[in-house]
Design a protein around this ligand. Structure first.
Ligand SMILES: Cc1ncc(COP(=O)(O)O)c(C=O)c1O
Length: 372
């Protein structure tokens, strides 16, 4: 993986904003609520380790990742807090997960049964969070009886399993209509009711639930997108506490030219100038996560909106400038320039997706720089 450090394109992450967002939500929660920072997918594109350390400083007492390797990377970076892997893993990896003192979501009795001899052989103990499928339809137990069996199995094999948590995930916590959310909540209480004893962590709350369903359940929240300062509902609902976006994406003009009416720009000749125009070239393309579909979108140059003309290439795109600008002039793709602002939500709206996908799609080639 090569990071393009010798190019004027960069992501700037404001760790102060991340910390502020955590402190804000912690203020709104009852004092006994713990916060695990969701740092999967390279901390939603912001950078795994720096974000994890900033989150810890602001009060996060654990982390959530999606895959084993992300958890191991946090351990290698010196973080000793609980780290929960939210995704399903091959059972053959159970000893490796345990050896790295990671915790894992388990959604079937078979996983426990098959992991048992592998763990016993190496004298290892696995931290388990039972995943309950209350309506997300992704992973987890769906029947109370199965939950009870899993609990019994872990208690019967306490040398190999530590029953550390139980959780579910809401599919519609970010929507105005709460019918399905309430249905999932009820399903959760029914499934959890099958347990003899609650484990140390009971958790259901994601960012959306922390904003719009604070009284839901549990003693820990899995705090993702709102930590990065973005509204999980997109534009559907107003946030109930302040969110400060942490990421900005900037580049620079590396080439400027005047073209005349009839000249075209870019692959496929999809843009033809109607008159004399100034065109600037920006070193960022779809290989960096700046999608090809962004032709026609606007970026900011000196606080002014400039249209992306022609198709976005793999490593560059072109913009129509109001006048000639100096080489090296800053281009803001996401963030603020003077009074003008482009948000990740604006980018997402333009290409018909959600801001999560835009941020996670910013490739490793773009360097991340941090300020606090
Ligand atoms: C199981 C689980 N919990 C929590 C989160 C965090 O969600 P959000 O970023 O909306 O806070 C996710 C994100 O995908 C998730 O999959």
């Amino acid at each position: 993986m090569v990071v393009a450090r010798h190019r004027g394109t960069k992501i700037t992450v404001d760790l102060g904003a991340i910390k502020a967002n955590i402190r804000t939500v912690l203020h709104t929660l009852p004092a006994d609520q713990k916060l695990f920072a969701v740092v999967k997918a390279n901390a939603y594109g912001h950078g795994l380790v720096p974000v994890a350390y900033a989150a810890k400083e602001a009060g996060a007492t654990g982390f959530c990742v999606a895959v084993i390797d992300e958890g191991v990377a946090l351990r290698e970076a010196g973080l000793n807090e609980p780290i929960l892997i939210l995704g399903v893993n091959p059972v053959t990896e159970a000893p490796y997960i345990a050896a790295n003192d990671l915790s894992v979501a388990v959604g079937s009795l078979e996983f426990l049964q098959e992991a048992l001899p592998l763990l016993a052989e190496q004298g290892l103990r696995l931290n388990v969070h039972l995943a309950l499928d209350t309506g997300m339809g992704r992973i987890g137990f769906r029947q109370p009886e199965a939950v009870r069996q899993a609990e019994e199995f872990m208690r019967a094999h306490a040398e190999q399993f530590r029953f550390e948590g139980v959780f579910t995930h809401f599919a519609t916590a970010d929507m105005v209509d709460t019918t399905y959310f309430n249905h999932q909540k009820q399903a959760f209480h029914k499934l959890v009711g099958a347990l003899d004893e609650l484990p140390p962590y009971v958790h259901v709350t994601n960012s959306a639930a922390s904003l719009w369903h604070q009284q839901t359940a549990g003693n820990m929240i899995r705090f993702g997108i709102a930590m990065y300062g973005l509204n999980p509902s997109g534009r559907e609902m107003a946030p109930t506490y302040a969110l400060r976006p942490a990421l900005s994406l900037t580049s620079e003009v590396v080439h400027v030219k005047k073209i005349t009416a009839g000249d075209s720009v870019g692959y496929g000749k999809t843009y033809t100038a109607g008159q004399d125009e100034w065109i600037g070239t920006v070193p960022m393309g779809y290989a960096d996560g700046w999608l090809r579909r962004l032709q026609g979108f606007k970026v900011l140059v000196d606080g002014e909106e400039c249209e992306i003309v022609g198709r976005v290439c793999m490593d560059q795109f072109m913009i129509r400038l109001p006048h000639a600008v100096k080489l090296g002039t800053k281009v803001t793709l996401i963030g603020r320039d003077g009074d003008a602002q482009i948000t990740a939500q604006d980018v997402a709206d333009y290409v018909g997706t959600i801001h999560y996908e835009i941020l996670c799609g910013l490739s490793h080639r773009v360097p991340r720089v941090y300020r606090d």
